[in-house]
Design a protein around this ligand. Sequence first.
Ligand code: NAD
Ligand code: MG
Length: 386
Amino acid sequence: MTKRVTILGATGSVGSSTLDLIERAPESFEVVALTANRDVDKLAAAAIRTRARLAVVADESCLAALRDALAGSGVEARAGAEAVCEAARAGVDWTMAAIVGTAGLKPVMAALEAGGTVALANKEALVSAGEVMMAVARAHATTLLPVDSEHNAVFQCLDRTAPKGVRKIILTASGGPFRNTPLEAMRAITPAQAVAHPNWSMGAKISIDSATMMNKGLELIEAFHLFPVDSEQLDILVHAQSVVHSMVEYVDGSVLAQLGTPDMRTPIAYALAWPERMPTPCERLDLAKVGRLDFEAADPVRFPALTLARDALAAGGARPAILNAANEVAVAAFLAGRVAFLEIAAIVADTLARYDPAAPDSLDAVLAIDAEARAYAAERVKDCVL
Ligand code: NAD
Ligand code: MG
């Protein structure tokens, strides 16, 4: 039976890996809709190749170019944030949520309301609106499958017959490109140095998050919402080789881990085929070649984002949404050359210190907090001189 699929964020790193797998198994998948922000050429080419029904750009100024690129192909062209949500609402069997940032929040909520299976890469949505999102998934009996490699690993290792048997979830972290960089040298880090991840090839925003280790902080909050554990049961362990993708420790002392080469197509394929498995062209893990696996504790002094995220998770309420919004603003400012690397965590800390609204109880409340936190963070960015 073919699965009808939609990819939100089809032109990005995760979106492209998803398309790669789907195009290798055309008999198994029918592409309904593909969306992107403004990368018209890449979106149109993918829509034509996969014979998608619909292609959507979020940026309305790109509609004419998209129409031109799709002329004569039979693929419908649409534009605007609402059109992205409508594409997410199309009622397919499987939706990949791979938009970056809280820009993906409304579309992912639309997909969760439409039902079926939602494969979640867009961690920022869950960090900002975890309670609201999980409630909608439950209410609509939507299956939410984690694509983030750590959470996918945990999902694979969880013994669902004995949820009370879990003692700890251990998220592994590569430590990013500056795992061993002294604090002094971190002051002068450039965007080009920071986006160059040692193990994974990813979009710019998550690459910077890996470099500050905010990515692991966001992943703590993501794991809290996805799995039946308290925040104190979540641990982080630095593992530079990115071979062990995460672990679950049980009360009897058993520790289950999922291993593989660092290629996002493995967790994406798991979510695409679930509850079955499908083959991928990923390089096979050769442990004899890897030779040894190293683990070490994370350094909260050089990576203050870890403590900020842990505190936000422990406090709950609006704190995770503020953490995420301020981080998105700070990372964009760093990538634009407007703030220094070490300012990213400082901007997040100051935004959290200045803004403390009540806990959000709806999607609109989350979006209002997100917007307000961005305004505070943007003010703080203006104070930075490079
Ligand atoms: P990316 O920057 O490569 O791609 C982002 C996609 O979102 C693109 O298709 C872009 O057009 C679209 N987009 C951007 N802004 C948008 C907007 N305002 N409205 C609609 N669409 C918009 O990012 P990525 O690396 O593929 O990451 C996507 C998500 O997956 C992120 O949340 C990231 O944290 C998560 N993730 C990525 C990886 C990875 O290996 N890249 C691994 C784990 C999790
Ligand atoms: Mg991850």
